[in-house]
Design a protein around this ligand. Sequence first.
Ligand code: GLN
Length: 470
Amino acid sequence: MNKRQARTKSATNSTTDNRQSTTDKFVTLKTKLRQIQQGKLTALENLMHFSKKIATPETEDLNIFLSLNEDAIEQAKQIDKRIKENKAGKLAGLCFAIKANISAKHQTISCASKTLENYTAPFNATVINKLLAEDAILLGILNMDEFALGSSGETSAFGPTKNPTNPELIPGGTSSGPAAAIAANLADFTLGSDTGGSIRNPASHCGITGLKPTYGAVSRYGLLDAAMSFDTIGPMTKTPEDARLIFNIIKGQDNFDQTTTDYRGSTPDSPKGAIGLVNIKKFADERIANLIEKQAKEIAKQHNWTIKKIDLPLDIALETFYIINYTEFFSSSRKYDGRRFGKKIEDSAGPEVLRRIIGGSEITKAEHDGKFYREALKARNHIKLQFKKIFEEVDAIILPTSPKLPHKIGETITVEEMYAYDVTTVLANIAGLPAISIPAGQIDNKNVGLQIMVPHFQEELIFKLAKDFE
Ligand code: GLN
C-alpha cells in the first residue's frame, strides 16, 4: 500500500476517535501494554492512531516511511481476538516499523536504493519472526542512508529524511527513518542497524534512545549486510526501559546466524564503582564534551562512583573502521550484479555506495597482497586489547554519541567531515561492545546524545546506568 492509499484508508476509520487520548499521551511501552491488556486500548485502535498520523501531510513531508504494510489491519484484528481469548504474546498490540535493510516477507526491502527498489523479501529476518510471534504489528518500512552507508540520512535514493525536532536539520544516519519515526511518535518502537554508529548517531540527533547490542547478541539473519563483522540490529525507542523490553525479545542464539550465542547476559565480576570519562576534547565540539562531562560528574556524585579520565584509541578509529567497512561492503555488494537481485549496483547506486565499491576494490587488489586489510585487523586487535585494559579499571565508559551537532540538510560537507561524525561510535563496533545513546539535552536547540559503553553481554548494566542518567 502506498502512503496515499493509507491516508484514505485511515481517514475513513473514525470509530477510534473518542479513545485517541489514550494513545496521544506519552506512556512507556509497559504502560501501553497494560492498557491494551485491560481493554482500554485495542490493537486496532493503536494501529489506526499511528496510520492516521503517518498519513498527515506534515508527517509525509518528513519522508520517514518508504512503504506501509498492507496486512497490518488484518493482523491487528487477529491480535485483538487473541487478547480477548488470553492467548496473546508479550508485545500484543504494539506497532513497530523497520529500517529498509531488515527482511520482512512480502515487503519491499530496498535499502533505500534504486538497485533494490523492486526487491520483495521472500522471508522474515529472525528478529521479525520473534516480534511477530509476540503479536507486535508491523507498520511499515523506513527510510535510511542507501545500503546503510552514510552518517546523515541524506544518501537515500528516495530523498533525505528530515529531523522531526527541527526539519531543517539532518536526522542523522544511517537509521534515519527509525530514529525520526520515534521522535515524531509514529511507532511504539523501531528497529535499526548499527555498523559504525547508525543506531546511536540518529538517536542522538533526534533526541531518542538507541541501543547497539553486543555483536552476536541479536541474530543478523535477514539483515542485508553493510559490513558483516560490524553489523548489529537493535531497538530504537523513547526510553531505555522500552529498549530493554524489545532487546529481551529479539536477543538470543539463532541457528541461521553462527555468530549468535545463547544470551545469558553477564554482570561485572567485581564492580569497580568507577566510570571512565573519555578525554574527547581533541575530537569533539567543546560544548558537547563539557555537557557530557557535567552530567557524568553529577551522576557519579549521586551514586558515589569515582570518575576516571580515560583515553580511547580515537586517533586510529576511523581509519581502522573504514578500511574494514570498504573491504566487507565491497565483498557483500558483489551479489548485486543484476542477475538475481535487482539492478547492477554500479549502474544504479549513488555516489557514496560507488565510493565504497571503488575503494574496496582498490584495497583488495591482488597486487597489495592484503596489506591494508591486515594492518586494519592488527589495529582492530589493538583496540580490543585497549578496551580489555580499560574495563579492568572501570565498569562503564561515558562519552558523547556524536562529536558534533547535526548540520543542515543539503549543506555541503566533505567526505572527511561526514566520516568524522563516526569517531565516537565506531570503536564499539570494532570491538563488538554494546553501547547506548540516550538524550542528554540540547545545545543551540540541537539534540545531544550521551553514550554508555560496557563490556560484552552486559546490556543489563547499560539499561541500569541509562535509567540513572535519564
Ligand atoms: N557512518 C558509517 C558508514 O558510513 C557507519 C554506518 C552504519 O553504522 N551503518 O559506514
